[in-house]
Structures are given as C-alpha cells and as structure tokens.
Design a binder for this molecule. Structure first.
Ligand SMILES: *Cc1c(COP(=O)(O)O)cnc(C)c1O
Length: 406
C-alpha cells in the first residue's frame, strides 16, 4: 500500500497570490491578449535578457512560429536530437520541412556534437545542408550551444533553441554567464509554461529573440498574419478599421488570464529553481553511495553550467546490457509505483515513433540514445516536494537496491 500521498514526477505550485492575480485579471476589461500579456513579455525579457519575448498559446505554437518566421518550408532539412518531446520535431513537419534525428550523449541526454557534425556534413555533401538545428536543454541542463552555433554557422544553418526545460539555468563561456535562452548562440529560443515546466500558466509558451525582424514577424504570425501598419498597406487606406493580411498566420494568442498567472509565477522562479537544486543535491548525495551507485547513475552535469532541473533523471543498470538495464528499469518503475511514487520515462526516442520511423534516414541506429533510453527514469522533482518526500523516494530506491542484492 502507498504510504502517504502520491508523488508525481512533476507538478505546479500555485499559491494564493497566483489566484489573486488571476481573479484581478478576471475583474478587469481584458481577457485575451492585452496589458497583462505585454507586462509578462516585459518580465520575460528582463529575466532572460533578450530584446524581445512573444508569448503564445503553447510551447508547441512557439516552435511552429519560430520555424515559420525563419522561413522553413518544403525541401528544408532540420537536425533534431532524438531524445526530446515530439513537438521539437513536429514544428518542422508543420512547415513542410524534413527532420533528421541526431544521437545524444548517453551520459547527459544532450545532442551529441560528433553525430551532429557528421550528419551536417553528410547533408552538405548531398547538396542539401541543414537549414536549422534545434538543440534541446534536456532535463534543464544547457546544451553545448557555442559548439552547436559554430557547426550551424559552418553549414549556414539557423538555430532554434528549445529551452522548454531550462528556464532559470545558466551557462558560462569565456567568463560570461548567459541565462539559458538569451539567444547569444541562437536565432531564437522557445519556452513552455505547461504545468510540469518551471512556471505554470495552464498552457502557454513564448519565443524569445534579439532580432527585431524575427520579433515583428512572430507577432504578426501569432495573429493570422495581420498587421495595421499604414506604411505597409498595399491598398489606399480607406479608414481606421483597415488591416491587411500579408502572410498565412494563426490564432496562437495567449490570454491575459494566463499571463496574469505567468507574471505572478515568474516572480517566484528564483525560489522554485533554488528548491529544485536542493532536491537534486539530496538525490545526488544519496546515489553517490557505493551500494546504490551499482544500480543507479544520475545524468552527468557538464562543467560551466548551472542546471535548473526540470527533470531529475537516473540511468538504471547503466553498465549492464541493454536488455538487463531495461528489465531493471521496469522493475524499479513498478516498485516505486506500488509505493505511490510515480516516475516517468523521458523520452521514447522520437525516431522510433511510427510517424517518423518509416523515413529512410531515421532507420539508422542511434546507439547512445538507445542505451540511454533503455535505462532512463525520471524521479519526482518539483519545488513543492518537502524533505520528507525526497527521503521517501530515496528510501524506496534503497529498498529496491537491497532486494536486487539479496
Ligand atoms: C514541453 C515541451 C515542449 C512543448 O511545450 P507545450 O507547451 O507542451 O506545447 C517542447 N519541447 C520540449 C522539449 C518540451 O519538453
């Protein structure tokens, strides 16, 4: 029988001040995109240190508009790590482009630079160099962005940084510390505000960029491709009601109700991240134990990054065969579940999804991603977990290890 409440792998933290912010919005004049959205976008640019933030209805909509605004279309190829959420790849398909997957480093879950360079060069040799690379800050750890940008530059590719996991993380290059998603090494970055991510808006996302041109395109594409700039009208201006649609956009607006919540949540980001780091330190200390480390290996954190722990991922039976590791992972998953601890697997390699698996280039082997996938497990990680909850997870893992050793 589960002892105590169910511990999910992630969840939001909503307090009375968040509720008050939403209620205040509901009593006001604006419900859809309005002043609260503008204020939230300003807060985002200050947190992330970008010139622009464009808030939209989801992280997936943010990816779609990012790809559209960069002009991705039929004939274009994108390189995407195979360990990610399907949305990172799907945004390219929405635009008619093709996706080639890249292996990840099994120790970090981040895009593997050797495979990235190899696949970029192979595409270039075929006369169709990659148009865009989409690095993912898997679990909340920044990907090696300067190296990825250098590869992209060599092949004339754009970079859309999927920072859905890494709001609040930083990375340091040549003594300069960059907030994740600051676009120092990307054309634009995307964020998600789904409740399991760092701040919860119900649904929501944003594109951040330092490019005035991209930001203007993104704002138009968010609202049907419509603009009201008389200087650009192709018809003579018949009156103040006039607007023109220049491109095929969408209704990807977010609401002021969501952004009121977003502003309130963003004010607590630092404390949320601090708590996530404390929990990670407790897990790290426990799993460094000689006995536990025979079965459980946390993902490796690269030097010069400050992780924001969207997920806390361990690899189960890392040094064993794939089959053995997969069996142990399943066994641990079931053991935790019986105790009311809901772990999760992030992610099923996207190249194996039936939608993508039929493409010839995606039938290649991805040895590191397969090794990673067979043993990975995300343990509960969210700021509202108390020390007792963390101990409960550690004790349960420890009991399971005892069972394996007896
Ligand atoms: C959550 C997520 C998205 C999509 O975000 P939604 O807001 O759920 O649409 C994109 N990429 C990654 C890596 C994610 O984890």
């Amino acid at each position: 029988m589960p002892s105590g409440d169910i511990l999910p792998y992630g969840r939001q933290w909503i307090d009375d001040d968040d509720i008050a912010a939403v209620v205040e919005c509901l009593r006001g004049d604006w419900l859809t995109q309005g002043p609260a959205t503008e204020a939230f976008e300003r807060d985002l640019t200050q947190t992330i240190k970008t010139d622009h933030a464009v808030a939209v209805s989801s992280g997936t909509a943010a990816l779609h508009l990012a790809a559209l605004s960069l002009g991705i279309g039929p004939g274009d190829v994108a390189l995407v790590p195979t360990i990610t959420f399907v949305a990172t790849a799907n945004c390219i398909r929405y635009c008619g482009g093709e996706v080639e997957f890249v292996d990840v480093d099994a120790d970090t879950g981040l895009i593997d630079l050797t495979d990235l360079e190899r696949k970029s060069q192979a595409l270039a040799d075929q006369g169709r160099p990659p148009r865009v690379i989409l690095p993912v800050d898997f679990a909340g750890q920044p990907a090696p962005l300067p190296e990825i940008r250098a590869i992209a530059n060599r092949h004339g590719a754009a970079v859309i940084h999927d920072a859905a996991h890494s709001l609040g993380a930083t990375y340091t290059v040549d003594g300069n510390t960059h907030p994740s998603a600051d676009c120092a090494h990307a054309d634009c970055a995307i964020l998600s505000f789904h409740p399991v991510k760092h701040i919860a808006l119900g649904e929501g996302g944003a594109i951040v960029t330092n490019s005035n041109t991209l930001a203007a395109k993104l704002r138009e594409l968010r609202t049907h491709g419509i603009h009201r700039d008389p200087a650009r009208f192709s018809h003579c201006n018949p009156g103040p009601w006039h607007y023109e649609q220049d491109s095929l956009g969408y209704n990807y607006r977010i609401t002021d109700i969501q952004c009121a919540l977003g502003g309130s949540q963003l004010r607590k980001l630092d404390s949320f991240i601090a708590r996530r780091r404390e929990i990670a330190a407790q897990y790290d200390a426990a799993f460094a134990d000689e006995r536990l480390s025979k079965f459980i290996a946390p993902l490796v954190t690269r030097p010069n990054v400050d992780h924001s722990y969207h997920l806390y991922v361990v690899r189960v039976g890392k040094d064993r065969s794939l089959i053995e590791s997969a069996e142990l992972r399943r066994h641990l998953y079931d053991h935790l579940r019986e105790q009311g601890i809901h772990s999760q697997v992030h992610y099923i390699p996207v190249h194996t999804q039936p939608y993508y698996a039929s493409t010839k280039s995606n039938q290649a082997r991805f040895p590191q991603s397969e090794a990673y996938y067979d043993g990975c497990l995300s343990l509960p990680m969210y700021p509202k977990m108390n020390d007792g909850d963390v101990s409960r997870v550690i004790d349960s893992v420890s009991h399971w290890v005892d069972e394996q050793m007896s």
